[in-house]
Write a protein that binds this ligand. Structure first.
Ligand code: 2P0
Length: 327
C-alpha cells in the first residue's frame, strides 16, 4: 500500500461547453488529436464538480451524482484509467476516491465528458499537488476526452489542432472576447439512448464517409471565420456560419456507410420551426452535437422571441448570471 499522504483532498469545477465550430475527426485516436481546430462557448454554471482524495477504504471508489459506481462501470473505468496518468511513477496502487456531481439538468441531455474530464484534471492536479497552468491541464484533459480540452475556461475557447505528433501544441486557449449579450438556449428533445457514442461515431465517419476527406479543411476555414465574427461581435455573420458548420458535420455522418444520424424527426421539426421564424425576423441559429437536442444561439434582445417559439428551452447567459441551471 502506498503512503496515501501523497494525496490530499481537492475540489474542482469545470463548465460544460458547446462547440460553435465542431471537432469531428482525429488525426491520432490515442491522444485525441483533432483533424481541425474548434471553438466553443462554455456553459457558465452548467458543469461538473469533482473531488479527488485518498480512499479511506484502501480501494478506489468512484461516485457519480451520489451513487457509488460498480468497478466495471464504464464511467468508473474511464475515470480511474485517467487517474492512472497521475499515479504512474508513484504507486499504481495509491487508492483514490473520485466524487463527481453534474449541475447540468439531466433533462438537458448534454454529454458531460467535457466538463467531467476537465474537472477531474483540475481535481487530480490539486490532489497530487501539481502546479500546472490551464494550458498544461488542457493538454491532459484532452487525453480523457477531446472536447474537455476546451472546458478549462469560461467564455469562448479555441482548441488549436496542433501539428506535432506528440500533441504538445494541441490545447485549448481562452479567447479574450467577452460578449455579454450572447445567449444559448438548450431545446431538449428525445432522451433515448444514442445510436453510437460520439467516439465511435467519429471514428466510423472518418473511416467510411466519402464526405469526410474534404471536411477538415472546411472546418478549419469555418473555425477562423467564426473566431473573426466573434471578435467583431458580428452576430449576423456568426449565426449562419455556426449553423452551416453543424449541418456540414452531420452531413459527413449521414454519408458514412452504414449511415449515422443523431438527428431525429423532432430535431428537424425544431429546425423547420426555427427557419420559419428566421424568415419572419427572429435572429437565432441552431447547432447540434452527437444527439437530437438543438442548441440555439442568439443575442439577449431575442430571448423573448426564442422562449415564445420554444417555451421548454433553458436559456444560459455565458457571461453573466441572469439565468441559472434549468431556468
Ligand atoms: C464537439 N463533439 O466539438 C463535437 C461535436 C460532438 C459533436 O466533441 O472521443 O466526447 O472523447 O475525444 O470529446 C464529442 O466528442 O470525443 C464532441 P472523444 P468527445 O463538441
Amino acid at each position: 500500500m502506498a503512503d496515501v499522504s501523497e494525496v490530499r483532498s481537492f475540489d474542482a469545477y469545470a463548465p460544460s461547453n458547446i462547440a460553435l465550430s465542431k471537432y469531428w475527426g482525429k488525426r491520432d485516436a490515442r491522444r485525441n488529436l483533432p483533424t481541425n481546430s474548434s471553438i466553443s462557448i462554455s456553459l457558465a454554471d452548467w458543469g461538473s464538480h469533482t473531488t479527488v482524495g485518498p480512499a479511506p477504504s484502501g480501494r478506489d471508489v468512484v461516485s457519480h451524482n451520489g451513487d457509488i459506481l460498480a468497478s466495471d462501470d464504464s464511467f468508473a473505468r474511464r475515470a480511474l484509467q485517467f487517474a492512472d496518468l497521475f499515479r504512474a511513477g508513484r504507486s499504481s496502487d495509491l487508492p483514490l476516491s473520485i466524487t463527481t456531481r453534474n449541475t447540468i439538468p439531466t433533462a438537458a441531455g448534454l454529454a458531460s465528458s467535457a466538463s467531467g474530464f476537465a474537472a477531474l484534471t483540475r481535481a487530480l492536479c490539486g490532489a497530487f499537488g501539481l502546479d500546472l497552468d490551464e494550458t498544461d491541464m488542457s493538454r491532459i484533459a484532452r487525453l480523457g476526452s477531446g472536447s474537455a480540452a476546451r472546458s478549462l475556461w469560461h467564455g469562448f475557447v479555441r482548441w488549436n489542432k496542433g501539428d506535432r505528433a506528440d500533441g504538445l501544441d494541441s490545447y485549448g486557449e481562452r479567447l479574450d472576447l467577452d460578449w455579454p449579450a450572447f445567449r444559448i438556449a438548450i431545446v431538449a428533445l428525445d432522451k433515448g439512448p444514442k445510436p453510437q457514442s460520439s467516439r465511435d461515431g467519429m471514428n466510423h465517419t472518418t473511416q467510411t464517409s466519402p464526405l469526410f476527406p474534404p471536411w477538415p479543411a472546411q472546418a478549419e476555414q469555418d473555425c477562423k471565420a467564426i473566431e473573426a465574427a466573434i471578435a467583431a461581435q458580428a452576430f449576423d455573420d456568426l449565426g449562419p456560419l455556426v449553423e452551416a458548420n453543424a449541418l456540414g458535420m452531420h452531413a459527413t455522418m449521414m454519408a458514412a456507410r452504414p449511415p449515422l444520424c443523431y438527428l431525429t424527426g423532432e430535431t428537424w421539426t425544431v429546425l423547420h420551426r426555427l427557419w420559419q421564424a428566421r424568415a419572419d425576423g427572429v435572429a437565432a441559429y441552431a447547432t447540434m452535437d452527437a444527439g437530437p437536442n438543438v442548441k440555439l444561439i442568439f443575442l439577449e434582445d431575442s430571448t423573448d422571441d426564442v422562449l415564445t417559439l420554444f417555451p421548454q428551452a433553458s436559456v444560459i447567459a455565458p457571461f453573466g448570471q441572469e439565468f441559472g441551471p434549468g431556468s
